[in-house]
Each structure stands twice: as C-alpha cells, then as structure tokens.
Design a protein around this ligand. Structure first.
Ligand code: ADP
Length: 430
C-alpha cells in the first residue's frame, strides 16, 4: 500500500470515530434529557424542552413586568422608596426620595449608600437593618428645607434592604405647637386653681359652725378643685413625656413605703367621697430601681380613679406583693368596672369609657396613659382585671432592683435616665 492509501484509510477511520463519538454523545444527551423530563422518546423530549423554554420566557417576561410595575407604583408614592443591594449600593430610588434628599433625578442609582444619601445616619439605619432585619430612625436631613424625616429600613427576604423615607416635618411642628399650647395653658391654670383649693380648704375649716348645706358645698368645691388640679398636672406631665424632658431620678425604692405614703395622701379625698381606704402590705419587699415620685404618681393616678369611679360607702384596698422577680402594686375598688371591650384601650391617651356613664367624674383621659408611660420607663408593665358593675383591680409591676444596687450599699447611687421620646438622630433596630 502506498502512503496515500494509508493516509486515506486513517482519515476515514478518524471520521468514523468522530461520527461515532458525536452520535454516542447525542444519544447520551437525549438519554439524560429523557431521564430529566420523564419523556418516552426523542420527540417527546423535544416537545418538553420547547415547552420548558417557553415557560422560562413567560416567567422572565412576568418578572420584568413586576419590576416595571413596582417602579411605576413607587413613582406614585409620596414617601421616598430606596432599594439597596447587599453591598449597600443603590439599586433603585423613586422620585420622592430624590426630592426629599435634594438629589438630581436618577443620580442616586448605582452609588454607595453613603454617596447617595451624603448622610452617614441614613447609611447607619440601612446597615443596622442589614444586620438585624429591620431598623428605624428619625433625623433632620442636611438640605435647604432641613426636613424632619423618618427612615424605616427592612431587609428584603430576597436580598438587599428596602428603605422608606417619610417627611414628618409638618406633623412634628403641629405636635410641638400642641405640646407648647398645653404646657402654657396648664401653667397659667395651675396658680389660680391652687389658690382656689387653698381658699376652699380654709373656708371649710372656718365654716365648722355653719349649716351642713354650706359645709357640703364647700367640700364639693374642694373635691372639684382637686379634680381640676389633677387634670392640669396630668396635662403638664404629658407634655413633658412627649417632649422627652421627663427625667427619671433613679434610686432604690421601697414600694411598700410608696404605697403607704401615697394612700395617706389620698385618704382625705377618698373620705370626702364617703370611701374607706385599706392597706394590705407585706412586712418587706425587695427594692426596685426607679423614681420614687414618679412611681408614687402612678399609684395616685390609680387611686384617684378608684375613688372617682366607686360608689359612696365602699372600700378601696391598696396592696403590694413580690412576684417572680417583680414587685406588684395593686388597687382594688368596688366601682363601676371597665367593660370588656374597653379594657384594651383605657391605657391609650385621651381614651375614656362611654362619657355618659361617668358624667361629672370624667377627667382628661390621660391618667392611665401617663401611668403606663411611667411604668414602661421603669421596664415594668401595667394592667387591669375588671367586671363591669363589680369593680376593678388595677396593678403595675416593676422589676426588682439588680443585686448590688440594694439600698444601703448604694448610697449616692442615684442616677438619671431620660424618658423614651422622639429624638433627633435616633437609630434603633425595630
Ligand atoms: P380619666 O382622667 O378619664 O380618669 P384615665 O386615663 O385615668 O382618664 O382613665 C381612662 C378611663 O378608664 C376613664 O375615663 C374611665 O372610663 C376608665 N377607668 C379608669 N379607672 C377606672 C376604674 N377604677 N373604674 C372604672 N373605670 C375606670
């Protein structure tokens, strides 16, 4: 055989081997596709693969529509909506976000959070949400309008973080005006009311020999002035709590002493309404860490209500007990009770149960809301058990002071804490 024939045969063999390899590979591919799709033959495989490709196309189209639609929706919102990727670069931001932060349209996308917001505080909210799942903040933005903006950030279940920015400047301005108005009005009212109260008290003493009718009227003036002074004090307290200036002067507090002292303070008021006050006090409870005056004020609010909402001739009982790391103070009255439907709401500010029911006894609807604020500032809780027409027991619990701060060893350990309030620049995991 000559060389040409040899070359021809070798070439033919290579071609044959290649064709064989291709057909084996195709056969394997078809075999694998049949396995994967569960099809019976090659035609079926083809049909199924085509249908899978069509479904993928349709899904991609749907996803594009959703993205498009979400973008359209976010443009309709007045709140700023920003989506950040995992590396905290801006994936999308609606027009409201650009306007709020005074950025030119579209200039935030693709930038890092810090570059886009030019404000490390917003970036900090996003970062906190990335770490903990969610975070909130409120801040004054560095723009010509100096708007007050709330920032809510939530980590997306898919990836990245969503930020929602809301301009609350007007709301905060109105809240400030309301608080200032209440504050001024209450201060103006307090002096004349205190004078009337003192005059009524003196008149009551001077009128010992006067007719029972006159004495009764003077006693009524005293009671009603007491109500008014209570209302004014509650309004002042609320404005302090809302403006964040209510401070807690912390010390170790014996709630048995607080219960005893404040019950005595309200005894004359209760007796004037024909009510007895009784005490159920243990010899000793561990101290709690708190502000004695403020905790006393909670009890006064509860006692005041107990007197207001009880019929003449009944007995109100004030008690204290230790319960699983907490000290509980309770006030049981034989009064009109709280309807089941209202129990969840009476601790809201300005909430009052059916006004007709308590005609002449109504207050501001603030006493319980202030009590709740104060108790929560102490890390405690407040609740009520009541049957309508059969009386109520209001209780609050404050955690026992941690070891080492017990009175005696903590001389001069009084500290100060500020009430939780809307504060600028606050960033908190939500
Ligand atoms: P108010 O100034 O009206 O007493 P509070 O916040 O102290 O405001 O109480 C809210 C409402 O809860 C009251 O208006 C009253 O309807 C109801 N309430 C509070 N304490 C009692 C009580 N001891 N018995 C019955 N109802 C009560």
């Amino acid at each position: 055989m000559d060389a040409v024939s040899v070359l021809f045969i070798v070439g033919l063999a290579i071609l044959f081997a290649w064709a064989l390899a291709v057909s084996i590979t195709r056969g394997r591919v078809i075999e694998r596709l049949r396995d994967a799709t569960g099809a019976g033959d090659a035609d079926e495989v083809e049909r199924r693969v085509r249908s899978a490709l069509e479904s993928a196309d349709a899904a991609r189209w749907d996803a594009e529509q959703v993205i498009h639609d979400t973008g359209y929706l976010s443009e309709l919102l007045t709140a700023g909506v920003v989506r950040l990727r995992d590396d905290l670069t801006v994936e999308s931001a609606n027009s409201a976000a650009h306007v709020m932060l005074e950025r030119r349209p579209g200039t935030m996308v693709g930038r890092s959070a810090l570059e886009a917001f030019v404000d490390p505080r917003i970036e900090a909210v996003a970062r906190t949400a990335m770490e903990f799942g969610s975070a909130n903040g409120e801040l004054t933005v560095r723009s010509s309008s100096a708007a007050t903006v709330t920032v809510r950030a939530r980590r997306s279940p898919v990836s990245g973080v969503w930020l929602v920015l809301e301009d609350v400047s007007e709301l905060r301005r109105l809240q400030r005006i309301r608080a200032e108005f209440i504050d001024n009005l209450s201060h103006e009212l307090r002096t004349p009311l205190t004078t009337i109260s003192l005059l009524a008290e003196t008149a009551g003493r001077d009128a010992e020999s006067a007719s029972p009718r006159l004495r009764e009227r003077i006693a009524k003036i005293e009671v009603e002035t007491g109500h008014l002074i209570q209302m004014v004090n509650e309004l002042l307290d609320l404005s302090k709590i809302e403006s964040g200036t209510a401070a807690l002067l912390l010390d170790d507090v014996d709630l048995v002493d607080v219960a005893r002292a404040n019950t005595e303070r309200l005894r004359p008021f209760a007796e004037r309404q024909g009510l007895r006050l009784a005490l159920e006090l243990p010899d000793h409870v561990p101290p709690v860490r708190g502000d004695e005056d403020r905790l006393g004020q909670v009890l006064i609010n509860l006692l005041h209500n107990a007197v207001k909402f009880s019929p003449n001739g009944g007995e109100i009982v004030v008690g204290v007990r230790e319960d699983e790391g907490e000290v509980v103070v309770w006030v049981r009255d034989p009064g009109i009770g709280v309807p089941r439907a209202d129990i969840a709401r009476i601790f809201e500010r300005f909430y009052k149960v059916d006004r007709a029911r308590v005609r002449g006894r109504g207050g501001t609807g603030l006493g319980l809301s202030i009590a709740r604020h104060v108790v929560e500032m102490h890390g405690g809780r407040i609740w009520v058990e009541s049957e309508e027409g059969e009386g109520s027991t209001f209780s609050f619990a404050v955690p026992v002071a941690p070891l080492g701060t017990v009175a005696g060893s903590a001389s001069g350990a009084a500290g100060e804490a500020t009430a939780p309030a809307q504060k600028d620049d606050s960033v908190a995991p939500a």
